[in-house]
Design a protein. Sequence first.
Length: 223
Amino acid sequence: MKATVGSLLAVASVACAVPSLDAPACSAGKGTVTYNKAMPDPKDFPPTQVDVCYDDTSIHLIFTALEETNFFYNDTLSTNDPIWEYEVMEAFIYRGTNDPQSYLEFEVSPNNVTFQAWIYNPSKVRAAGAPWDTSYLTDPLTDGLTAETTLDRAAGTWVSSATVPLGLFNVDAGEAKGTAWRMNFFRTVESNSTFPNQLLGAWSPTNASNFHMTPFFGNVNFV
């Protein structure tokens, strides 16, 4: 949920080219995105990968953080607490092809705590003075929104595998093939010595220190 005071001054009219991904059914493989540049200034960023596929009932995401040195989290935080103030990997997900005003935000931390909420962002860039609201999913495990995280401190990696129900987006069982989506994927890098300052990375980088800019969401097609 990263956004700085300066980024809130962004205007709603944003024109940008965005990346695309074809994601197959999980039985056929995965679609993969990688990124290694920070945002908004494109300096070096630890390599990050997200694998995407779907089955009859869910979207499956595998987040892989490489060159991780900090594994920085707050172990006093729990579900839907502000884990984004520390290190997380994130997915913003919308079914459709336009720049959305509302979308699902999903985050997972190195200790497998999750944040999941519907975001209402009618300015599409979290503009100053514009409406903004968050509607939390308070029982994610019952909903079928799950995560499993493995840390390998020696190798400098953490991997989180997440399941997001298609029903959240009104996609009936077995009907995901052929649907079109807008998504973006993010990672924050931080340590005890740099807190609260974060290095930000994204699949489709925005032009401000603000993840909530939907014209930058990439295109994802379920093939």
